[in-house]
Design a protein around this ligand. Sequence first.
Ligand SMILES: C[S@@+](CC[C@H](N)C(=O)[O-])C[C@H]1O[C@@H](n2cnc3c(N)ncnc32)[C@H](O)[C@@H]1O
Length: 301
Amino acid sequence: MACSARHDPVMVSEVMDALGIVSGMVVVDLTVGLGGHAREMFNHLGGNGILVGFDQDHEAIKIAKSKFTDEENKQIQWVHANFRDTECVQNIVKNKRIDACLMDLGVSSFQLDVPRRGFSFQGTGVLDMRMNSENCVTAKDILDGFSEHDLADVFYLYGQERKSRAIARSIARKRRAKKDITAQDLAQSASYAYRKMTRRRIHPATKIFQALRILVNDELNALADALPLWCSSLKPGGRMCVISYHSLEDGLVKNVFRTLTKEKRLRLVCKKPLVPSEEEVFKNPRSRSAKLRIVESCTHD
Ligand SMILES: C[S@@+](CC[C@H](N)C(=O)[O-])C[C@H]1O[C@@H](n2cnc3c(N)ncnc32)[C@H](O)[C@@H]1O
């Protein structure tokens, strides 16, 4: 399947320096997306070793796979699953221990840019936002079914949205007047809540879209389940990189790594997270909120 979908991978040289991938290693990209990082990881294996590419989005897996030749694909194991799926992790890992592992969280440009996936406030499609289209609940279901009060809580908890109540009130009003709430309705409700503030760095709807997406995909619980699981699958000296894009994700990663470090199961490679260079942010503005945390396994068992 030839595909022109594009996603500029973030902090590639920092990730590759941190993972130190060489020939013969077993490496896992847990969020393969459009395969940008996976391609680099694969190239560093130099034709010898194993790459496992995970994504819960089967379209992403298809596109990523199409970016490798048939010969290269023989060395790659593609897995359509959520990275929190314990049974799947055990099947993959079996008795191999992992040398290098990457999580590049959030959504890909492909998911954001394809209107029918319903991730973007510029979109015209149904508000879907499922990364895995086999899951049941969409953002539309939440917008249709949640009370005004519960919607406000979602915007506050998962979007850290200060105007959560005003935005939820405006959505509830629109809902009474028309059947389907669209991306434009959400964007208008958020813009209205911020109408008196003229200077804002991000679109007023960014946080409520983030909140809905987190809830639809149960993103924070998946991350909390998966981090200890994958950290304990690393070889002694094996490394894990996590790139997060907002403070709820980064806070969670920081806390899990801190706990595992106290238990002497991990070592922090850098105390503070790395951030993209000004040059990268200029070239790829979507990288601007990225934070990269790197750990090394010290478990000998
Ligand atoms: C930012 S993109 C990754 C981009 C990729 N590094 C690249 O270079 O193209 C994040 C990807 O992670 C996937 N993803 C997010 N949460 C996941 C989870 N819990 N399990 C599996 N995949 C997940 C999304 O479907 C999306 O394709």
